[in-house]
Design a protein around this ligand. Structure first.
Ligand code: AHG
Ligand code: MN
Ligand code: MN
Length: 336
């Protein structure tokens, strides 16, 4: 990395004024997430060396609790946000309920809530394959000065103020949007600094990659089966390439750069699919739309789904505009 790249810190400050609710609070929050990302990155990088690959709940020889990486990532993000008192509430995929944050000095004065999937792609943790973190930020809907309630978290994705992900890959990147395009920052690990390496990220309108767990094919609705067969057919620019890492962040990131579609459909064994609306689908949908892509539950725009519970699941089709529209067409025609 050379000096010509802007740092994430500089970028956050420069863009603070263009943000319509600008008060500096969102900038502080993004800086908090940046710090937590670096801490978790450090833990992920040394995962093979230390006792954090075991099951959570185990004890090591010193009698200390061993921590599975997703529990550890959850703790690091929550601690960082709590200690800096920059949010009024947090909901995490790893917590049963939301957390209300308050301190003696700061009587529920913060305006933002954060929803987080601290470690996405858990099945890749133990095998040294890329994992990620996904975050989503909303303004609270209940009055400042009172404790947060479930209503602050059950907002449709269209209300998001910012969303992003960190990918702990061959290099570590933080990619985020505040509703004004998508920018990607690469960590220089020697300096501990994120640099703007991917300004204005955008999905190509067409792509040739489809990403789905095809092992579940027999359980998929007919429309999804038909679309997969379409992807595999030798015609025009097809067959497409199949790529599935099993970590949404990594699959999404690749598809955004190269052009592709990610699918986690409902099935005969999982009536709403697997992915969580609040921690995974909404933030990725916001990023996708800001990057000229689309995100759908098969019929409707993901960000317009009205959440009814924190850990709600939803079918997810996300990526290059023309590919998502084509998949929707197949589902509509098969009526499934
Ligand atoms: P998490 O690790 O946060 O539970 O999420 C895993 C998700 C997603 O990242 C990935 O694309 C998908 O689950 C993989 O599921 P399958 O193993 O069923 O394909
Ligand atoms: Mn996940
Ligand atoms: Mn997770």
């Amino acid at each position: 990395m050379t000096k010509q790249y802007k740092t994430l810190g500089e970028f956050i400050i420069e863009n603070q004024d263009s943000f319509k609710y600008s008060s500096g609070e969102l900038s502080r929050l993004l800086n908090g997430l940046r710090l937590a990302a670096k801490v978790v990155n450090h833990e992920v990088n040394k995962a093979g060396l230390v006792d954090i690959l075991g099951e959570a709940g185990d004890q090591n020889i010193q009698g200390e609790n061993q921590q599975k990486l997703d529990v550890l990532a959850n703790e690091k993000f929550i601690q960082t946000l709590k200690k800096r008192e920059i949010v009024c509430g947090i909901a995490s995929e790893e917590e049963d309920d939301f957390i209300s944050i308050n301190s003696f000095d700061n009587q529920h004065q913060n305006k933002y809530v954060v929803l987080i999937d601290p470690l996405d792609g858990s099945s890749n943790i133990d095998v040294n394959v890329s994992v990620g973190t996904i975050f989503s930020i909303y303004r609270r809907v209940t009055p400042v000065g009172t404790p947060v309630t479930i209503e602050d978290f059950l907002q449709p994705g269209v209300n998001q103020i910012a969303a992003g992900y960190i990918i702990y890959g061959t290099s570590t990147m933080l990619v985020y949007t505040t509703g004004d395009g998508v920018n990607g920052f690469t960590l220089n690990p020697a300096l501990g600094t994120f640099y703007l390496s991917h300004p204005n990220m955008s999905f190509p309108e067409n792509g040739n990659i489809y990403s789905v767990n095809e092992g579940n094919y027999v359980h998929f609705p007919q429309g999804v089966k038909d679309y997969i067969k379409y992807c595999q057919k030798e015609e025009d620019d097809r067959p497409y390439t199949s790529r599935y890492i099993g970590s949404l962040v990594s699959d999404f990131h690749r598809n955004m750069i190269k052009g592709g579609i990610y699918m986690y459909p409902k099935s005969s064994v999982a009536s709403e699919g697997k992915l969580r609306l609040l921690y995974e689908c909404n933030p990725m949908a916001f990023i996708a739309e800001q990057a000229n892509g689309l995100a759908s539950d098969g019929k409707n725009r993901i960000m317009e789904v009205k959440p009814t519970e924190l850990h709600q699941r939803v079918p997810f089709f996300c990526g290059s505009r023309n590919m998502v529209e084509k998949a929707e067409e197949f589902m509509k025609n098969a009526n499934a």
